[in-house]
Design a protein around this ligand. Structure first.
Ligand code: F6R
Length: 367
């Protein structure tokens, strides 16, 4: 049942190209010019009337929601807030009938996420669910559902569910942009064209799986490390840090690169690994200056960067891992893959139970 892979997690990492294809299938017009989300029953009038969006989820799904915020804001220009579900209800969020609440859940059964959905409905908001399980509690109670066709995810650490949630957000962002007229046809076609390349680009990263094994072995000798990035790179950094913690039990923190000097820089000492994500072209220069700050204090800097940026980024870091180039907004669907492989191999190097990490359950049905 592991189809020749040693663990479910590795199998699921390798299923991502297929999960991307399946999640896009039937949702992009044949001419490649528009997105059609038939399952979304909201009328154009309702979509035009949305004044704000709340994205609510837990853990890895929350991290997908952080990417979703930037994606929707940049494509559809609707203000978005992303909340951790266990916090959402208790901060008396301002939910109005023209608020769209998006809940994200692989299992569709997470108690806090379900409670957030109910809170949204009590306040007459429309609820759209992004979930991987057809017929789950969350899928049943939501007004609209976008199913991620990642297939069953067995490993406790979420991989293909997260990345398929990103694909769902790209499709939704484009769909909202079409209806609200916030992007030109050329801009929409450009994003769709680039999305279609993603499965193959993930395959190319997976072919180099071995290089992440070597890095993971080095990383696994440390008990502390940092992930840094700006913008979407920071969102992915948070997911990378969670993945590493949950299966390797190595402590790490994700920081917005520019925020280090406001306190955390004090923790940087000789030899500490700092995994930096440097994929957002507009922010290269700023992130590179933060990388210099940690290097000056002895950090060993590993960078995930775009192919083609080796000259620019490579000279400021100790090791560079290039990922195929895509549009900045789509990069999370690629940059997360090396981080998944790194966590997987670090867990193995330390002899842990990769698929069933201690203290954790696949589906969390208590609040
Ligand atoms: C981490 C992980 C968890 C889940 C979280 C939400 O790898 O799997 O953080 O993402 O418990 O679960 P779902 O998406 O089922 O609501």
């Amino acid at each position: 049942e592991k189809a020749g892979f040693d663990h479910f997690m590795l199998k699921e990492i390798h299923e991502q190209p297929q999960a991307y294809r399946d999640t896009m299938m039937g949702r992009i017009s044949e001419d490649g010019k528009s997105v059609d989300l038939k399952e979304v029953e909201m009328t154009d009038e309702q979509i035009k009337a949305i004044s704000k969006i709340h994205i609510v989820a837990c853990g890895t799904a929350y991290h997908a929601g952080l990417v979703g915020k930037t994606v929707i804001e940049s494509l559809a220009r609707i203000p978005v807030e992303t909340d951790v579900a266990s916090e959402y209800r208790y901060r008396s969020p301002i939910i109005t009938p023209d608020t769209l609440v998006i809940v994200v859940s692989q299992s569709g059964e997470t108690a806090d996420t379900l409670a957030a959905l109910r809170e949204a409905k009590r306040n007459d908001a429309r609820v759209l669910a992004i979930t991987n399980v057809v017929g789950s509690s969350i899928a049943r109670d939501a007004d609209d559902v976008i199913t991620t066709w990642a297939g069953p995810e067995i490993a406790v650490a979420s991989t293909k569910a997260y990345s398929s949630q990103l694909i769902a957000f790209y499709l939704l962002g484009l769909y909202l942009a079409q209806v609200r007229g916030t992007k030109t046809q050329d801009e929409i076609t450009e994003v769709i064209d680039a999305m279609k390349q993603l499965p193959e680009q993930v395959e190319r990263i997976l072919e180099q799986s071995d290089i992440y094994k070597q890095v993971a072995e080095a990383v696994s000798k440390h008990s502390n490390l940092f992930f840094i990035g700006r913008g979407l790179d920071f969102a992915v950094a948070q997911e990378g840090s969670l993945k590493l913690k949950e299966i390797s039990y190595i402590h790490s923190e994700a920081y917005p690169a520019g925020e280090l000097k406001h306190g955390t820089l004090a923790l940087i000492e000789e030899g500490i690994p700092v995994i930096s994500l440097v994929t957002q072209e507009e922010l290269y220069e700023k992130t590179l200056s933060n990388i210099k700050e940690v290097k000056a204090r002895g950090a060993h800097v590993l960078a995930i960067a775009n192919a083609g940026s080796e000259a620019e980024v490579g000279r400021s870091v100790d090791e560079l891992f290039a990922i195929p180039k895509t549009l900045p907004i789509l990069t999370p669907a690629l940059s997360v893959v090396p981080l998944q492989l790194l966590s997987y191999h670090a867990s193995l190097a330390l002899g842990h139970d990769v698929d069933k990490p201690r203290n954790l359950a696949k589906s969390v049905t208590v609040e």
